[in-house]
Design a protein around this ligand. Sequence first.
Ligand SMILES: Nc1ncnc2c1ncn2[C@@H]1O[C@H](COP(=O)(O)OP(=O)(O)O)[C@@H](O)[C@H]1O
Ligand SMILES: [Mg+2]
Length: 222
Amino acid sequence: MIIKIRGLNFTYKTTSTEVIKDFDLDIKEGEIVAILGQSGSGKSTLLRLVSGLEIPNSGEIKINNKVIYNKETFIEPEKRNVGLVFQDYALFPHMNIEKNIMYGLKGLTKKEKKARVNELLELVNLKDVNKRYPHELSGGQQQRIALARALAPNPSLLLLDEPFSNLDANLKSKIRNDLRLILKKANITSIFVTHDQVDANVLADKIVFLSSGKIMETIELR
Ligand SMILES: Nc1ncnc2c1ncn2[C@@H]1O[C@H](COP(=O)(O)OP(=O)(O)O)[C@@H](O)[C@H]1O
Ligand SMILES: [Mg+2]
């Protein structure tokens, strides 16, 4: 298992209700897992815990057999090798596409960075937009750039938070299929969260049903 989560519990400091309860999850290399749940069920919180933006009360998270969180260990978010794609894409508006994608690339020469950017633009089927700015792209194109930016540093795990919520219905069904192809081609282990059963059916290898922070059921689709 590339990802192993055991007995995760979490409460926001400002409230006393437990938002994530005894959460367990195993993910194989290259597997796409959908966490399906209603608004408020704890989906975004779970991703924040895995990425290190919040600290669990208890439990353990391992990535590639390395403990990134337990009672004794807290690995900083930037050292977890986890990529994130948010609902609103969060592209940097003042940076062109090339600079957006280069943002997370460290320890490479300028030339190597440019080559990596082109490789990613090819992967997401968006060539020759390097010098454009985010506002010069459609919603669906911005979504693919956000994906390219998250994939650029070659993360061990990709987290996607409701990645289709800003797209209209037509575009959504196309992007959904494309996204599965892109993730499978790059063999990226992913967790994506959604409230939409169809999103989960189309994209995922496995669906985890979340309700009030608890797993209700897990279904293997593929
Ligand atoms: N920063 C926060 N402080 C306190 N409570 C929060 C915070 N963020 C989310 N919550 C609460 O935690 C629960 C789960 O929220 P969230 O993980 O955002 O759900 P989802 O992404 O499934 O809609 C909700 O009840 C929400 O109100
Ligand atoms: Mg959310």
